[in-house]
Design a protein around this ligand. Structure first.
Ligand SMILES: Nc1ncnc2c1ncn2[C@@H]1O[C@H](COP(=O)(O)OP(=O)(O)OP(=O)(O)O)[C@@H](O)[C@H]1O
Ligand SMILES: O=P(O)(O)OC[C@H]1O[C@H](OP(=O)(O)OP(=O)(O)O)[C@H](O)[C@@H]1O
Ligand SMILES: O=C(O)c1cccnc1
Length: 477
């Protein structure tokens, strides 16, 4: 476990130093949320909470860190002494990893001494923004693959070792079934899988010999790469020769991988050749810069593909490489006296939701069919039995009151106690995530122009926001 406590922006320390002197008795609540969904999707898959918990559990500063801080000469001695004795003292609430979350709803809240809570901003966002981005991309690819397994192949193209390892974790949360990344396989106990590279074929005098040697070493795991020379005239015929030899020796071949050319046309020919040769169960794996649009197109073309191997476009979320989750002050508290806070900026999109809040998923009464989310003040009691007056949470929308009734509610933000965090396996998180997705309307899940899913705020929250905006405008004048 690495200590990540210095992985932050300088200004977090500078603010914490000042907060500690000016506001020593102030507690703060910060919300993590995002405003826009990558790839014009309608939701993000929350991921990375486990690593946030790991990081805060181990949050401390070494003697060498403190010496470095002293050399910078920016912060008070009292602050540096408090850092050397750092005890994590914030409360966390979060949606479980794998939960689909919508714009503006907090997926993590941090409440604690303002200096401490501020210090966490950069690291928390670094972890959650990365993993949630990749989990969301993996969910899109999984949706496009329509039940066919996805092997994560991205380690060589990821932006550095951490993006490969934690990106793989996130990819599995979002639906990938296995990975070629051995470190991630070991660290997160996810299935590892793989075929072979072109170098294996090129290294032998001919393709048939290369396939035979592979089959010799891996008789029960023989997925042969057939596109080094000529897929239809050499790769598949040679693979079939070796498959027959394997079968005679009592082994069933796994299949082939095609990594170039028109993969729909090649897969169709390959399927016929394998079937005609008596290998209908041999699987066809496709790779080569695949993304959700190509996968959708290949399946529309009727390509008989069994598995997808996906690297660069998944591990870097190439088409939408940033999730701009933010960490915003929502309230301060002194001696139990809560003061809600708001950010009002020239861009109305950036208006924040003040106060300590809870997020609820709303279901049609008696079902698990979700139809909207609701953000409420933590002090409100939300019940689906009476009529509830709500507003759209989007500050850009033309807002008018709407009425909801006959629904069941489920709070999404749950307390997270770092010392007692219930570690679910990555596969368990994936399964739970898929259960959560099944609750959402189908139209919200489609890849192209998904229906936007309503995220409401309560009337009390709407009024508080309106009131604080008016006050902020008066202050500004
Ligand atoms: N039938 C198809 N429909 C849609 N996209 C396809 C189809 N066949 C291949 N592709 C995709 O088109 C892109 C380009 O394929 P192409 O074989 O030209 O790749 P390449 O990178 O030039 O080949 P190589 O890997 O041999 O260098 C890849 O992303 C590939 O997955
Ligand atoms: O295309 P991706 O989705 O990232 O999938 C991983 C790629 O990695 C390998 O390529 P390799 O490094 O051998 O390069 P090449 O196939 O482009 O020559 C493999 O053959 C895939 O094409
Ligand atoms: O095992 C494979 O086939 C593989 C692994 C990484 C990248 N490309 C392919």
């Amino acid at each position: 476990m690495r200590n990540l406590s210095l992985l932050t922006d300088l200004y977090e320390f500078s603010m914490a130093n000042g907060f500690q002197q000016d506001l020593p008795a102030t507690n703060a609540t910060f919300d993590v949320f995002y405003r826009r969904v990558p790839d014009q999707g309608s939701f993000v898959i929350a991921a990375g909470l486990q690593q946030v918990v790991d990081a805060v559990r181990d949050f401390h500063f070494t003697t060498s860190d403190i010496t470095y801080f002293r050399e910078l000469g920016l912060w008070s001695d009292a602050f540096l002494t408090s850092l050397s004795q750092f005890q994590f003292n914030c409360q966390l609430r979060a949606v479980p990893e794998g939960t689909p979350v919508f714009p503006r709803e907090p997926l993590l809240t941090v409440t604690g001494p303002i200096a401490q809570a501020q210090l966490l901003e950069t690291l928390v966002l670094n972890i959650l923004n990365h993993q949630s981005l990749i989990a969301t991309k993996a969910r899109r690819l999984t949706y496009a693959a329509a039940g066919r397994p996805i092997m994560e192949f991205g380690a060589r193209r990821a932006q550095g070792p951490d993006s490969a390892t934690y990106g793989t974790r996130a990819a599995v949360i979002g639906g990938a079934t296995s990975t070629s990344n051995v470190q991630a396989g070991k660290q997160f106990n996810v299935p590892v899988a793989g075929t072979m590279a072109h170098s294996w074929i090129e290294a032998f005098p001919d393709e048939l010999t290369a396939f035979r040697r592979w089959a010799h070493y891996y008789p029960d795991n023989s997925a042969l790469l057939v596109d080094t020379y000529d897929v239809l005239n050499s790769g598949i015929p040679n693979a079939i020769t070796v498959f027959k030899e394997l079968r005679q020796a009592g082994h069933e071949p796994v299949g082939i991988r095609i990594d170039s050319g028109d993969v729909a046309v090649l897969a169709e020919h390959a399927r016929k050749m394998l079937d005609d040769a008596g290998f209908p169960a041999a699987k066809i794996t496709i790779s080569n810069a695949l993304d959700e649009a190509i996968i959708t197109s290949l399946l529309q073309q009727g390509a008989p593909i069994d598995n997808f191997g996906i690297g660069e476009k998944l591990i870097t979320s190439a088409s939408a490489p940033v999730l701009s989750g933010v960490y915003k002050l929502a309230a301060t508290e002194i001696d139990g006296q809560l003061t809600p806070k708001i950010k009002v900026s020239a861009s109305r999109e950036k208006l924040t939701l003040p106060g300590k809040k809870q997020v609820y998923r709303l279901y049609h009464a008696g079902t698990r069919r979700a139809f909207a989310d609701l953000i409420a003040l933590e002090t409100e009691t939300i019940m689906g039995t009476s009529t509830l007056a709500v507003y759209n949470s989007d500050p850009l929308s033309l807002n008018h009151q709407q009425r909801l009734q006959n629904f069941d509610v489920e709070p999404l933000l749950m307390p997270v106690v770092p010392s007692d965090f219930d570690q679910r396996s990555v596969q368990q998180i994936q399964a739970d995530s898929q259960g959560r997705l099944a609750e959402l309307p189908a139209a919200t899940q489609r890849l192209v122009n998904p229906d936007s899913y309503p995220v409401y705020i309560t009337t009390d929250l709407y009024q508080l926001q309106t009131e604080l905006v008016a006050k902020a405008v008066v202050h500004a004048n």
